[in-house]
Ligand binder design. Sequence first.
Ligand code: PMP
Length: 437
Amino acid sequence: ASPATDLNLSTSDQLFTRAKDLIPGGVNSPVRAFRAVGGHPVFMQSAQGAWLTDVDGNRYLDFINSWGPMILGHAPQIVLDAVAQALPASLSFGAPTRREVEMAELIIEMVPSIEKVRLVNSGTEATMSAIRVARGYTGRAKILKFEGCYHGHGDSFLIAAGSGALTLGTPDSPGVTEGVAQDTLTVPYNDLAAVAAAIEANPEQIAAIILEPVVGNIGLVPPAEGFLQGLRELCTRHGIVYIFDEVMTGFRLARGGAQELFGIDPDMTTLGKIIGGGMPVGAYGGKKEIMDQVAPAGKVYQAGTLSGNPIATAAGLAQLRYLHEHPEVYQQLERTSALLADGTRQIAAELGLHYTVNRVGSMWNVFFTQQPVTDLASAKTADLDAFGRYFRAMLHRGIYLAPSQFEALFVSTAVTDDLVDLYLTACRASLREAHGL
Ligand code: PMP
């Protein structure tokens, strides 16, 4: 393997040392600490297009893209211009604004299952609110989620949770009361029979089934043939609110998200990430009859001082409008992502590793296992030590991957064919280095 360049991370390391005394684990969101892959986190300074620049001046080709929001790459001019134009009009009013109406119109047009929508400030708020509404609507207490799916850090979801909770070995968080935990049922992803059994064991008690229609928080796990439709039928038959958590997949897998890609009509949808263009925005929406339960139309309470924030909606609206007007973005992302994922699969095979590469559209990842990965249990067969060595080898070659085996990678439109080649060259060298080949 060709040697990786020596990275000078001295400023990052100094900042991390300071941060650890001030902030739990030195970070404001756990996966950023690089615990699962070893080494210290890299502190970022700026980003443009496909490239991140850290505080020591190193550059990295970015495959996290802020965990999904930056679908057009970093600092796209249309989004920067929209924000610059919005800034002088003040940063917040706590009163309704025109852009909130325009944003709602656009969301409803792009995601047809959504008839009414409420803006919030994060994906976590969206999912927490959605299940409250589903409970209020059905008068039932329990929800059903899938092992390894992550729906933000609301208490009800920190049972068998994915993403950082999984990475750090705390899928069931302390601090979540037994009472709350009792109301969350969990079954393996892609296991329709287990869902049917859970419904039978809890007759007329389940308010909602919530899932990632394509999982990004176990690593990338696609839904099995018929799984999403099967859940739709079970929910309809048993009066259960069917919630698609499209915080990752929304506006990414298609203009209308995973529900457009797979042709499913969920009752409710949660959104985040892309919808804010990098600003803190989330949304939840669904059928009128359900959404009209929300205050002040109905009695289910949900509110937010900064909800519909004028700067956040300026950024989000600019990005959404661009996606709405440029459907070719999705063909481009599909093509680039296929080159990345297929290339990775081929390199691993050539090296005798035969690793599993999962991909749907511009979300994908390589699992360090030869088994097919269809759920949490199969994802856990991955060689995490080898992944950690690979991650560090890639970082030293200027490729910024998710610092955990249990996360998806996100591709942006800023990745050109030249950059694909750059990535593939680094991938081959790093796989060899990680395995002593
Ligand atoms: N749902 C899904 C599917 C997510 O991937 C995430 C975050 N990665 C969330 C909800 C929570 O969103 P946020 O981090 O904005 O609270």
